[in-house]
Design a protein around this ligand. Structure first.
Ligand code: TXA
Ligand code: MG
Length: 350
């Protein structure tokens, strides 16, 4: 298949630039497109065949449900049974990086929801995504636009690496601002469960709904045989080819000094060692596979850059990567969750 490319020029009106991509979606084809979280691989969410094509293009197991993207928050009611708490969440956080799992209506095919009776609904904030959904005239089912198991794409170049020749079109709308996938919450009566943390943090959700719990799969590996509430959370994810170790503070004084000493030792043993660390640590380290992802207190930068850096390691000879983790407050929880998965849950307390 020959993949068409569309590069968005934000100086010009979006509508005409998006027209071709919208036509492709409406005709049952697949388009990789930018959102504020990560790039999505979109198809018509009302078309069971399009969903099958998405699974095939990604090499993804078809029991892993797709998120349905809508043009405006009130459209949720067309595809799902929304309700009062949804309305409150929509008012506070939509359009934006939040997915809400709701009981589905019959119009959404089971192939989109991986056989579940529920559907994840998201109204993205990115202008290109919204214009694409509006113009296509149908909701868009879209997982992240990576090959299954690879880090989610945050640029069109990442989509090209994974999907060139496998999809009809790739729309280049620049870098995804957030860099981590949306927060997923499931509404259960008058309480919320966070299935996947993201830029809409538990602290922010608690302002709207006092009963917010966090699914066990977010912090820890689920015991063998347990089914997570979000089926996708059970798959190996975000993983570069090298073995990743996540470095955490075991407590006590002077963590910064302990980390840099540890990393220096590892680099002395093997100069190819991969390191992903805060800018401040890198100042005293030398090694060709030492990558940084922002200053220690700049969690937005860490989130924005994490997946790009993980992908970059695949182009190096590093067989082991040591990555430094920050706090689990705010968006730090989402970052920690993705790093933990990249590390296959191996944490070094030093
Ligand atoms: O930010 C995002 O959410 C991106 C962009 C493209 O919107 N999409 C994304 O999709 O990350 P994906 O398919 O890579 O991840 C969707 C996650 C999976 O873990 C899946 O199991 C979960 O959402 N999910 C979807 N529908 C669900 C449902 N009905 N119940 C529980 N979990 C669901
Ligand atoms: Mg994904």
């Amino acid at each position: 298949m020959k993949t068409e490319f569309i590069k968005i020029d934000y100086e010009k009106p979006l509508s005409a630039q998006i027209e071709r991509a919208a036509e492709i979606i409406a005709a049952g084809g697949l388009v990789a497109f930018p959102t504020e979280t990560v790039y999505g691989l979109g198809g018509n969410a009302l078309d069971a065949d399009a969903a099958q094509h998405i699974y095939a293009a990604k090499g993804r197991p078809s029991d892993n449900p797709l998120i349905v993207h809508i043009a405006k928050p009130s459209d949720a009611e067309k595809y799902a049974f929304a309700g009062e708490l949804y309305d409150k969440l929509a008012k506070a956080f939509m359009p934006g990086p939040l997915t809400v799992v709701l009981p589905k209506r019959d119009i959404i095919p089971f192939s989109v929801t991986g056989g579940l009776d529920s559907v994840g609904i998201r109204c993205p904030g990115h202008p290109v995504a919204r214009e694409l959904i509006r113009k296509a005239g149908v909701p868009i089912a879209a997982p992240s636009a990576n090959l299954s198991g690879r880090p989610s794409p945050t640029t069109a170049a990442h989509c090209v690496d994974d999907l060139d020749g496998r999809v009809d079109c790739i729309v280049d709308g620049g870098e995804s601002e957030v860099g981590l996938e949306s927060t997923i919450v499931k509404i259960m009566g008058d309480s919320l469960t966070v299935l996947r943390p993201g830029a809409i943090t538990p602290e922010m959700l608690r302002e709207i709904c006092p009963n917010v719990s966090i699914d066990g799969g977010v912090f820890d590996k689920l015991p063998e045989g347990t089914a997570p509430l979000a089926p996708g959370m059970k798959y190996r994810h975000y993983a570069p080819r090298a073995k990743v170790y996540l470095i955490k503070d075991a407590g006590g004084e002077d963590f910064d000094r302990r980390v840099t000493e540890f990393l220096k030792e590892k680099l002395a043993e093997d100069p190819e060692t991969g390191v992903l660390c805060f800018d401040e640590y890198a100042e005293s380290l030398t090694g060709k596979n030492v990558l940084t992802f922002g200053k220690k207190d700049d969690e937005k930068a860490h989130s924005h850059l994490l997946f790009d850096r993980l992908r970059h390691f695949d182009e190096t000879d590093a067989t082991v990567i040591y990555a430094t983790a920050g706090s689990t407050e705010g968006i730090g929880l989402a970052l920690y969750n993705r790093m933990l998965k990249a590390a296959g849950y191996t944490v070094l307390n030093i």
